[in-house]
Design a protein around this ligand. Structure first.
Ligand code: NAD
Length: 500
């Protein structure tokens, strides 16, 4: 196989990728379906094939759902003492930490993320999700609450649903898996997961760790393959009792329609077109550095990034000069290179999408403060690299309105608070915005006027376990992730009552 990773990435990663085709994981076993098609795994940093996975289909989805159902009924996962299940999830979190280097390297190879940051940041943070829900479940008062009603003795009991289906996108494969699976598993459910076909490696490696941690066979199942062939059969499957989808609004609608037909509750975590409002009392240099960092992080492929920058007219010129300078100097390179600040985008399709948006934006009379273009870093010329871009123009521009999903920002000036709020709320998306000002009273006032799931102050991408994270309108529905409420979402409620 044309691979050049062994030296850079070490034995464990090479061994995992050395399998002729990396199998799927069903009922605690690695499964290689006979005659199934395969999908090439491409390293976006150099466009080389580094492995292959199976393109599964409804037959494997059936097997996985049957296994997950059986495990829910008979493996003891749902009924084991909470302390035991919690201990297993803590063990899994430890294993994620112990294997951070392998997981991070796989993620970096698969998605194009700078390797050190993913090993030190995303992977350990993913492990913490399991620790968080392992604690939440212990504190949860045995899932049962007394109810107060006159002349009736009653209580409300919460039980796991059974099989939960998950479909994930390619931008944060392991982190999103952890956010979803941790809550569902802590609540006692079993899961069937479909990772994105572009980036399935870390999710498959997770199965090895789940088994090692002592999660019973059948509780965790992973089927790889395309959306329509694997994702939809999961959403449609009669044994699935709860669905969670993370991805684009277009596909989210299809999943939601299917779940509505089957009357299955669904969580949707969808796209975004986040805004940052920058008032004129900020330190301009430092705000410019922060916004440049935000739009180039994960090469802009972040659902909650700030891609609409509303800058107060008094500092607009100074801010645009500062930020353009920083964006123009972004160090772009191979994800395995320690100096790389921004890696490639995930695929050629994604690179073309980004450049097409820029073309359309310019055709609609935007001007480019920084124009994005293809770049070929030395030694990695074939990778999917694109430079950051910053356009400015009016609010009816396609680049102000639609999610691009790349290192592409759009800037406008504003003169007063009301104008900024109206511009921000003109979007159909509602995932995450931020406000940058020294006046904290103003920050809170503006934050609360935003139609959005998350609003951050003097920072962007503020994540911590315990803080609910979810979107409204085109950005999603169904409760979000990462909080005690998420844990409750994976439990069905039941009232038990006796007249006195
Ligand atoms: P996508 O919607 O194209 O794909 C997401 C997943 O759905 C993939 O696994 C894909 O194979 C599957 N899929 C595609 N078509 C399907 C179908 N017909 N039936 C069933 N499954 C199908 O999204 P993407 O391009 O992978 O990811 C980018 C999108 O994800 C962006 O809009 C981004 O903002 C969003 N996102 C949201 C969050 C969040 O937390 N809100 C997090 C990450 C990404």
């Amino acid at each position: 196989m044309n691979r050049n990773v062994d030296d850079v990435y070490g034995d464990d990663v090479a061994q995992f990728l050395d399998q002729e085709t990396i199998p799927m994981f069903i009922n605690g076993k690695w499964v290689s379906p006979e005659g199934a098609n395969t999908i090439d795994v491409i390293n976006p940093s150099n466009a080389e094939k580094i492995g292959q996975i199976y393109a599964g289909g409804s037959k494997q989805v059936d097997q996985a759902c049957e296994a997950a159902h059986k495990a829910f009924e008979t493996s003891g996962w749902a009924t084991m003492p909470v302390v035991e299940r919690s201990a297993i999830l803590n063990r899994l979190a430890d294993l994620i930490d112990d294997n951070a280097a392998v997981l991070g390297k796989l993620e970096s190879l698969d998605v194009g993320k700078p390797v050190a940051a993913v090993i030190e940041g995303e992977i350990p943070f993913s492990g913490q999700a399991f620790r968080f829900f392992a604690k939440v479940m212990l504190d949860y008062d045995k899932y049962s609450t007394p109810l107060v009603a006159e002349n009736i003795e009653a209580h409300y009991v919460r039980s796991p649903y059974g099989v939960c289906g998950f479909i994930f996108p390619w931008n944060f494969p392991f982190l999103l898996l952890a956010w979803g699976a941790s809550a569902a598993l802590a609540a006692g459910n079993t899961i069937v997961v479909k990772p994105a076909e572009l980036t399935s490696l870390s999710t498959l490696y997770f199965c090895k760790l789940a088994k090692e941690a002592g999660i019973p066979d059948g509780v965790v199942n992973v089927i790889t393959g395309p959306g329509a062939e694997v994702g939809m059969p999961i959403a449609e499957h009669p044994l699935v009792r709860r669905m969670a989808f993370t991805g684009s609004p277009e596909v989210g609608r299809k999943i939601a329609s299917t779940c509505a037909r089957n009357l299955i509750p669904v969580k949707l975590e969808l796209g975004g077109k986040g805004a940052a409002i920058i008032f004129d009392d900020v330190d301009v240099k430092s705000a410019a550095a922060s916004l440049a960092e935000i739009i180039t992080s994960n090469t802009g492929q972040v659902c909650c990034t700030a891609s609409r920058w509303l800058v107060h007219q008094n500092i607009y010129d100074e801010f645009s000069q500062e930020v353009s300078l920083i964006l123009n100097n972004t160090v772009i390179g191979n994800s395995s290179d320690a100096n790389t600040k921004m890696g490639p985008v995930v695929s050629e399709v994604q690179r073309q999408r980004i450049l097409d948006y820029q073309k359309k934006g310019l055709a609609q009379n935007a001007t480019a403060l920084v124009e994005g273009h293809i770049v070929e870093p030395e030694g990695s010329e074939k990778g999917f690299y694109v430079t950051p871009s910053l356009l400015q123009g009016s609010a009816d521009n396609i680049c102000f309105k639609e999610e691009i999903f790349g290192p592409s920002a759009y800037m406008m000036s504003f003169s007063d608070e009301e104008e900024a709020i109206n511009l921000v709320n003109s979007s159909d998306y509602g995932l995450a915005n931020s406000i940058w000002t020294l006046d904290l009273e103003r920050a809170r006032r503006v934050a609360e006027k935003m139609v959005v799931g998350n609003c951050w102050i003097n920072a962007h991408n503020v994540f911590a376990y315990g803080l609910p994270y979810g979107g409204v309108n085109l950005s999603g529905m169904g409760g979000g992730v990462n909080s005690v409420e998420t844990f409750e979402d994976y439990l069905r409620g039941q009232t038990v009552a006796r007249p006195l």
